[in-house]
Write a protein that binds this ligand. Structure first.
Ligand SMILES: [Zn+2]
Ligand SMILES: [Zn+2]
Length: 282
């Protein structure tokens, strides 16, 4: 088991993350995952165009000046990106020993497990901000591949194939999507789904805009996003993985998990590119 691999007290969760089968498999991709197809094709074309451009134009690492034959970030910078210490398997908060944290014991979240590829610290924070706020869409591919690599380190291939979780990006409200022009979670989920050969669907919607979570205290964040998500379709018996760029308090993912469960999801997990670390004591 690699460093930081979740140790799981919940046998249902442990089965998924250690390759067990007693939960019963959900195999294959059903036809209702089709709404993602057009987006997947668009993402594939974008990837192809980027690879062609990389062959024709010299590329520099997004973080330093080193040339990179493929990808956006050089191997040295990739190796130096901040990772998480052993973390709570439910919420990915770093916890000594990697046991379930006190917050998850006291108030279990409506999702089973969380995997985070990186700590939300320099320079991962800058990369995700450049994706989100500067429209550097190619960073979505980097983030999705980073997430896929984290998943492969944590989950045996057999477990992934048997469960075939449906990747669901956290949606933006229609207004926010119009303003930004894209949804970073969608780009990340599409890249991760492609790298892991897993189905993808825009199965959740966010019918109302909510105030930005940043700066709100924990209870306010929960209130702010309560009921913010609805399912676009039934998810009966499916294993759902919610994909997002950053998990801070987890309030948004909680609200999305509640919507997925209400639509019939058998279990809900969260995969995020980066996990915000708690503030250091003064
Ligand atoms: Zn570099
Ligand atoms: Zn926790």
């Amino acid at each position: 088991m690699s460093r930081g691999t979740p140790r799981l007290s919940n046998p249902h969760t442990a089965s998924f993350y250690n390759g067990g089968t007693q939960c019963g498999a959900v195999r294959g991709t059903d036809a209702t995952d089709a709404p993602a197809t057009a987006f997947t094709w668009w993402a594939r074309l974008a990837g192809l165009a980027r690879r062609q451009a990389q062959r024709l134009l010299p590329q520099c690492c997004a973080l330093c000046v080193a040339p990179v034959p493929e990808g956006l970030i050089c191997d040295a910078c990739l190796a130096a990106l901040p990772t998480l210490a052993p973390a709570c398997p439910r919420c990915a908060l770093p916890v000594p020993g990697g046991n379930v944290c006190g917050a998850c014991l006291a108030d279990p979240p409506p999702f089973e497990a969380t995997l985070a590829a990186h700590a939300y610290a320099f320079p991962v924070d800058r990369l995700l901000q450049a994706l989100k706020y500067q429209g550097r869409l190619a960073l979505g591919e980097w983030a999705g591949v980073a997430l896929a690599q984290r998943v492969r380190r944590a989950l045996p291939e057999r477990s992934l194939r048997e469960r075939t979780p449906l990747l669901v990006p956290l949606p933006l409200s229609a207004a926010r999507q119009r303003e930004r022009g894209f949804n970073q979670a969608q780009l990340i989920a599409a890249a991760a789904a492609r790298a892991l050969a897993l189905p993808l669907a825009d199965a959740l919607a966010r019918p109302r805009a909510t105030a930005p979570q940043a700066g709100l205290p924990w209870q306010e964040r929960l209130r702010n996003v309560r009921g913010a998500f609805v399912a676009r379709r039934r998810l009966d018996g499916r294993d759902i993985v919610l994909v997002d760029d950053v998990m801070t308090t987890g309030a948004t993912l909680r609200a999305a998990a509640v919507a997925a469960t209400a639509a019939g999801a058998r279990r809900v997990d969260c995969w995020v590119v980066a996990r915000t670390l708690p503030p250091r004591p003064p």
